[in-house]
Ligand binder design. Structure first.
Ligand code: 4AZ
Length: 244
């Protein structure tokens, strides 16, 4: 069955900056995120309200005997144009109530000319592995490869003569697709990465945001980082106790 959806278990420590689970008080995973400064997490705007605890350095959500750290959001900074109804500017920066030690923050993409069509990108998260089974949440972090698709092509994706995404894809969004492979519920807020040979060379290009189902004929839609890079950089420099 289609499985994020279609990927495999990630090796622990390959994506350290993505080993972040935004969870309820009882530890129920809600959203992913990325460490972009020692005290700042980038996630999706629409994740707000669903989590209270930020679990950092976590890999297996069910394993109790492990050394993950729990933080809270000291402050939440939404993108000024965040629109919850249309999933526009779906960005949220979480200012932690402490500093994460021993974890290298990830780079974020400032190049508006990247990615280019068909670039392989990686989504990393604990989202549903089977869109048909609402209980199919994995314990261990997973990864899947999807290919970058231009906004123009994304809007023209057709199904039964309908162009479902026509008029819904804007410059603050990014699409990626591969047959049978996708982000799904629970992956929201997690990073879409241009993978390097090591985590230090990885670049976050987008944040999991929305889609028409999971692993359907429709691409996954992400919040695009590049055009918002100046906003992110200036905010991180203003609020982080240890900016890059
Ligand atoms: C969600 O509900 C969700 N296939 C995230 C990503 C996608 C669909 C749904 C993209 O959080």
């Amino acid at each position: 069955s289609p499985r994020i959806v279609g990927g495999n278990t990630a090796r622990s420590g390959r994506y350290p900056y993505a080993q972040i689970s935004l969870a309820t008080e009882s530890g129920l995973h809600q959203c992913g995120g990325s460490l972009i400064a020692p005290d700042i997490i980038l996630t999706a705007g629409h994740c707000h309200g669903f989590f209270t605890h930020i679990r950092v350095n976590i890999y297996n959500l069910k394993q109790e005997l492990q050394s993950f750290e729990v933080f809270k959001a000291e402050r939440m900074h939404f993108h000024p144009n965040f629109d919850e109804l249309w999933f526009r500017y779906d960005f949220l920066l979480l200012q932690l109530n402490g500093t994460v030690q021993g974890m290298q923050p990830v780079q974020i993409n400032s190049d508006v000319n990247l990615p280019v069509p068909n670039d392989p990108l990686t989504v990393v998260g604990w989202g549903l592995t089977d869109p048909e089974d609402s209980a199919a949440y994995p314990d261990e972090l997973r990864e899947v490869t999807v290919n970058y698709m231009s906004n123009e092509v994304c809007e023209q994706t057709t199904s039964k003569g309908q162009r479902l995404y026509q008029g819904y894809i804007f410059n603050d969004m990014l699409c990626a697709y591969d047959s049978g492979q996708d982000a799904c519920s629970g992956d929201s807020g997690a990073p879409l990465i241009r993978p390097g040979s090591t985590s230090e060379q990885d670049v976050v290009v987008a944040v999991v945001s929305w889609g028409n189902g999971c692993a359907t004929e429709y691409p996954g839609v992400y919040a695009r980082v590049s055009y918002q890079y100046p906003w992110i950089r200036e905010l991180v420099c203003a609020i982080s106790s240890d900016p890059p």
